[in-house]
Design a protein around this ligand. Structure first.
Ligand code: APR
Ligand code: PHB
Length: 391
């Protein structure tokens, strides 16, 4: 097989990249290790920044998002039983976010790719990227029980944190920056209307809690739990009781309960792999960086990377200049590190470490009070949450 761009991974990064290249008249092949059902039902994030919404619309992939997505103009912070709403448009000159699950974004992009795009091979596991520093890189992969080779002009590793593309970058050229957190998130889906019309981020001495949603009738909620916690060790009642404690407010706000249809624990880590390019191999999305989910940046960073790559490759085809391709890693990492900083700040602002001291507890409250009383502090949060510009 031969193509201009070999894409490893059919998560949001790989699928959107294939769509952007298709619209630019550049052919690609997508290799995805799992089957379609797995990719379409893997519960992940649910917040699209303004930039991501604009990119999906421009790519012709925003129709159902605009019909079923929920535009949100703010979030609520809770601490010491108090409530503070952050007004995005007022603080950012009109930016908001869209609540529309990553599973739905993937379904929309898969449908488009199968209908109009190039080959999207499911259950096609990339085994290795070879010749990344040549002008004919290849992807060795296994599909339908036999090994095959995809010959490319470029390879983009969109294969997530556990993928293989990164391994093709010579170790001596790699710098990894990472931090793991001593806690994770126990996430649930519940068939109950969300108890608030916007997302609620709660800081509590017992730990962080987040109220989010998937639709007017489906709630998505998270509890901070110790790292390595087992979701099955929590009964439904224990989960609701703990959420209720952490969301409690002085004005008697009530959390509605309902049947929990899914529960799982997500670990928390910050991770950046530099560089994001080696020769004709480019890395995008979780293959290159991971953020703790607190700031809802993961999906949006993946979008920023593939927009940058598609723009750079189109520029080279149209002008012969490789300048944007040569700047890919630096361009993406500038945005990645701002998202890492924002996600780290949100995570340390709202989560209570198991070894937190009384001084650190007070510091968190002081940081939250600062946001609640300073337009400057509140604007930094609103700008980070609604997203950094795609270069
Ligand atoms: N060969 C082919 N496909 C692979 C391989 C491989 N060797 N290894 C991994 N994959 C696939 C995975 O099955 C997955 O579908 O690559 C895809 C990577 O998708 P994501 O992990 O979703 O990463 P990305 O597209 O960068 O999107 C980032 O997804 O995980 C969330 O929180 C993350 O919201 C963020 C978003
Ligand atoms: C979600 O709805 O899954 C979600 C929302 C906001 C976050 C993280 C996850 O910060």
């Amino acid at each position: 097989m031969r193509t201009t761009v070999g894409i490893i991974g059919a998560g949001p990064a790989g699928l959107l990249l294939a769509r952007l290249l298709h619209n630019a008249g550049i052919d690609s092949v997508v290799l995805e290790a799992r089957d379609r059902a797995y990719v379409e039902h893997r519960q992940r994030a649910g917040i699209l920044e303004q930039g991501t919404v604009d990119v999906l619309r421009a790519a012709g992939a925003g129709e159902r998002m605009d019909r079923e997505g929920l535009r949100h103009d703010g979030i609520e912070l809770r601490y010491d039983r108090k409530r503070h709403r952050v007004d995005f448009p007022a603080l950012t000159g009109g930016r908001s976010v869209m609540v529309y699950a990553q599973t739905e974004v993937c379904k929309d992009l898969i449908a488009l790719q199968l209908k109009e795009g190039g080959p999207l091979l499911f259950e096609a596991e990339a085994l290795a990227v070879e010749g990344a520093d040549s002008d004919r890189p290849t992807v060795r992969f296994r599909h339908e029980g036999r090994e095959d080779v995809l010959e490319c002009d470029y390879v983009v590793g969109c294969d997530g944190f556990w993928g293989v593309a990164r391994k093709a970058v010579p170790e001596e050229l790699v710098r990894v920056f990472e931090r793991t957190y001593p806690f994770g998130w126990l996430g649930i889906l519940a068939d109950v209307p969300p108890s608030h019309d916007e997302l609620v981020y709660a800081r509590h001495d017992r730990g962080f809690a987040l109220l989010s949603m998937r639709s007017p009738s489906v709630s998505r909620l998270y509890l901070q739990v110790p790292e390595g916690a087992d979701a099955e060790s929590w009964s439904d009642d224990e989960i609701w009781d703990e959420l209720e404690r952490r969301f409690e407010t002085e004005d008697g706000w009530a959390l509605e309960r309902g049947p929990i249809t899914q529960k799982s624990v997500t670990p928390m880590r910050s991770y950046v792999h530099e560089p994001m390019r080696h020769g004709r191999l480019f890395l995008a999305g979780d293959a290159a960086h991971i953020v703790p989910p607190t700031g809802a940046k993961g999906l949006n960073l993946a979008v920023g990377d593939v927009v940058t790559f598609a723009r750079a490759l189109t520029h080279q085809r149209d002008t012969g200049s490789a300048e944007l391709l040569d700047a890919y890693s630096e361009t993406c990492l500038r945005r990645v590190w701002q998202a890492e900083r924002f996600s780290y700040d949100m995570t340390t602002l709202l989560h209570r470490s198991p070894d937190a001291t009384p001084f650190e507890d007070r510091l968190q409250i002081a940081r939250l009070e600062r946001i609640a009383t300073s337009a400057a502090a509140e604007t930094d949060l609103a700008e980070g949450y609604t997203g950094f510009p795609f270069q």
